[in-house]
Design a protein around this ligand. Structure first.
Ligand code: ZN
Length: 242
């Protein structure tokens, strides 16, 4: 026979145990739910540029306007392109040449839609490549709605190509017309390719430069350049010319 005190104690113990069980299963269920709810098509936010939202925020539109203003100031002809998904400031170049370096597409016909910021950073940094003898870049891809590919795998995150902010370069042509191909000539220590890699890295204009050196699995045949953009602050408007 249980005394009334021990009966109360037993009931309390059973109730506590039951409550704990309920809590544990509820927790497990939430965990499972969370797992199931892991983004499948949604890009990871933290991989996006600072301040990036879609559709573009007012600040992003202002940042884009400031960018095309910079192109105007540099005397670079550009055309607004039709809206492309996830490209904040889509433009095309009537003449695909920046800083004395021609941009030549390997596979696709133009027009090649780019975000203004890719054009602006190339315009600022290609003169340094020109100085080491580069006259032409042969690119395989600029805008494409793709995920990040590194180390032989694909990440569940939109690549900067999807934003029109990246370019893949397959080969570099020098002033004598010699073509240095990343796939064939980089492993041989081709000077033009190594100099180009060093120059672009030193210039600091690009967020990530992936090459056969740092990503031999996914970047054995091209250099991947992508630009850094901060969309969080709308720039101060340009002072009108006086
Ligand atoms: Zn790329």
């Amino acid at each position: 026979m249980l005394t009334s005190t021990s009966r109360v104690a037993l009931i309390t113990a059973v109730a506590t145990l039951a409550a704990a069980l309920v809590a544990t299963t509820a927790e497990a269920r939430t965990r499972r739910k969370k797992k199931q709810r892991a983004p499948v098509t949604q890009p990871r936010r933290n991989n996006m540029p600072v301040g990036w939202t879609w559709p573009p925020s007012k600040a992003m539109v202002a940042v884009g306007k400031a960018c095309t203003g910079e192109l105007d100031a540099l005397g670079i002809a550009w055309k607004a392109a039709p809206r492309e998904r996830k490209v904040a400031t889509p433009i095309t170049l009537p003449v695909m040449e920046l800083g004395g370096v021609k941009l030549v597409s390997v596979y696709r016909r133009g027009p090649h839609v780019m975000d203004c910021h890719l054009v602006l950073v190339l315009a600022r940094h290609l003169p340094a490549l020109h100085a080491i003898g580069v006259r032409e870049l042969n690119f395989s891809r600029i805008h494409a709605y793709t995920n990040v590919r590194v180390n032989g795998g694909e990440k569940r995150a939109l690549s900067r190509h999807a934003l029109g902010l990246a370019i893949d370069i397959r080969s570099f042509v020098d002033q004598d017309g010699r073509k240095a191909i990343v796939l064939d000539d980089y492993p041989l220590g081709d000077k033009l390719l190594l100099d180009a890699e060093q120059t672009l890295t030193d210039g600091g204009g690009f967020r990530t430069i992936l090459t056969p050196r740092n990503d031999p699995k996914s970047h054995d045949d091209h250099f991947h350049l992508e630009v850094r953009v901060d969309y969080s602050k709308a720039p101060a408007p340009r002072k009108p010319a006086t």
